[in-house]
Design a protein around this ligand. Sequence first.
Ligand SMILES: O=C(O)COP(=O)(O)O
Ligand SMILES: [Mg+2]
Length: 226
Amino acid sequence: MSDLSPRRPAGRDVLLVDLDGTLVDSAPDLARALNALLVEQAVEPLPLPTVKSMVGEGARKLVERAAAARGLTASLDALVERFLALYAETLTVETLPFPGAVETLQGLKAEGWRLALCTNKPIGFSRTILEALDLGRLFEAAAGGDSFPMRKPDPRHLALTLEPLGLGLERAVMLGDGPSDLEAAAAAGIPSVWCRFGYGGARAAGLPRTAEIGGFGELPGVLSRL
Ligand SMILES: O=C(O)COP(=O)(O)O
Ligand SMILES: [Mg+2]
């Protein structure tokens, strides 16, 4: 007889949670800062869906993609620095948790799940957002795109995020929206749950995932069936 909760797949009780496009809808604030940068550079801003399709591999990649889309030739370092300064001012103007995220994650914790945040966003910005939205209390650990020398899709980012908990990947499930989340989980050999409502879109659509959800309300049931 197993003594595991019916909501927990055999031996797994740690949920690695991605931030942008998974836990929080941050694209409007990212787009505001990115478009302020583009306007400063005297080029056209980008529509929100386009910005969403550029998020997930960190701030530098976001700026690099936007610069390429608008044919900017200025130094990438300088553009990234300016973007980070602009975004620092508007981290939580419109950013909110996705519907049902907080209640669902609280419920999973009550069932014995442990939560760790693993994002490619810089950890300083990530912590500011977690605290501003009162989400920090959900997580026992948090790591960003600049916390270690490597980041998602490198599976070591997932393993290093769990290190402060003294836990290994054999206990973990990845929840994320982007290709880097699915690739990291596959490389780590752990189950992944893809968030259809996030920003991964076509870039993530073809990648293997263990399960997917269209909203947080589906997460407990999906986890119980992994
Ligand atoms: O690209 C980013 O800055 C962050 O992306 P993530 O939270 O989805 O990892
Ligand atoms: Mg994401």
